[in-house]
Design a protein around this ligand. Structure first.
Ligand code: TXA
Ligand code: MG
Length: 339
């Protein structure tokens, strides 16, 4: 099959989706692999083309909160407030829907379903005009870094899906915060960190927000099935480098004649450039820029042509957005620091 790049003709994408086809769509976080969430056939294809384990549930993308009200009746008291503050945006809400609406493959057999209204004009128009809820896992092959551009999607899924709605590079760069509010009697809990941070939620809601204990002690079992899988991993070995260790890390690699790639902001990148084979420089030294560039950098430096022995990546303090950045980076680096 030929994978069609769609720029503006939303109707073309709608046609495909209505006949159980797959169309990748842009969001503010990463690209999603869209399919009709009400069609078991379409959803099964999503699992197949990604090579996704069948016990990993999908997020249902909606055009607005009104749509969610058709599927869910028993809401957590904080739902409306969260929706008013953050939708459209990078916050996924786990809710308990009425039985019998979504095929069980969507939730991988769980009783709960997660919903998100993405903040992208083209995708919101698609959701509205198709008038369908769309599943949207990250549009990568399972295990690879999530796609932050249409080219990344094309690289992984060309020939396996019908279309890609192209809207350039995504602005945030890591997947949405997943917040469990499925039990109205329990406080919300973050199962996956993202751009809506624990600090921000606590300030805006005026309550303490729990983190899934797996995010603190990695040997626990995560409540979000997807978090347990090997993720975001390039073929090349990745090591995390703390700010004070760059000089030692680069010297170490040079002495052993390793071909090294570096991912860091300008202040580090400019210093180490002369001693490394490839540099993927984040736009500036902020954690926002690093988060935006993380997956694109891992993909760029993993190119077989570069033939690198090692990719060294800058760490950030684990607070605010740094929690999400480090969560993804640690998986890519299999927890390994340069020591
Ligand atoms: O930003 C995003 O969320 C992107 C864009 C495309 O919207 N989508 C995304 O989907 O990251 P995916 O499928 O790659 O990740 C969904 C995560 C997985 O870790 C999954 O286990 C978890 O959300 N999840 C989904 N439904 C769940 C549920 N009912 N209970 C617990 N975890 C759930
Ligand atoms: Mg994913």
């Amino acid at each position: 099959m030929e994978t069609k790049k769609i720029d503006t003709n939303i109707n073309e994408a709608i046609e495909i989706l209505k006949s159980d086809g797959l169309v990748a769509f842009p969001t503010e976080t990463v690209y999603g692999l869209g399919a009709n969430a009400l069609s078991e056939t379409a959803v099964k294809r999503v699992f197949a083309v990604k090579g996704r384990p069948s016990d990993n549930p999908l997020i249902v993308h909606v055009a607005d909160f009104e749509q969610v009200k058709q599927y869910v009746t028993n809401f957590h008291p904080l739902t409306e407030k969260l929706v008013d503050m953050y939708w459209p945006g990078p916050l996924t809400l786990i809710l308990e829907p009425k039985a019998g609406i979504f095929p069980s493959v969507v939730s991988a057999g769980l009783k709960t379903i997660s919903f998100r209204m993405p903040n992208n004009t083209k995708t919101l128009a698609l959701l509205r005009e198709a008038n369908l809820p769309l599943v949207g896992p990250s549009a990568n092959t399972s295990g690879r870094p999530s796609p932050t551009s249409a080219e990344h999607v094309y690289h992984d899924l060309n020939g396996k899906i019908e279309g890609i709605l192209d809207d350039g590079s995504t602005s945030i760069g890591v997947e949405s915060t997943v917040l469990d509010i499925s039990d109205p009697t329990k406080p919300p809990m973050i199962l996956r960190p993202g751009a809506i941070t624990k600090e921000q939620l606590e300030t805006d809601l005026g309550i303490k927000i729990a983190l899934d204990s797996y995010l603190i002690k990695e040997n626990d079992t995560p409540k979000s099935p997807g978090m347990k899988y090997k993720h975001y991993s390039p073929e090349t070995n990745v090591l995390m480098v703390r700010e004070e260790d760059w000089h030692r890390a680069v010297t170490y690699a040079k002495e052993r004649q390793l071909k090294v790639g570096v991912m860091a902001g300008p202040s580090v990148a400019e210093k180490v450039r002369a001693d490394t084979a490839a540099v993927f420089m984040y736009q500036d030294d902020s954690v926002e820029a690093a988060t935006r560039g993380l997956f694109a950098g891992l993909r760029a430096l993993d190119e077989p042509l570069l033939d690198l022995d090692l990719i060294l990546v800058a760490t950030f303090p684990e607070e605010k957005l740094g929690v999400a950045y480090m969560n993804r980076l640690k998986k890519a680096a299999a927890q390994q620091y340069f020591d």
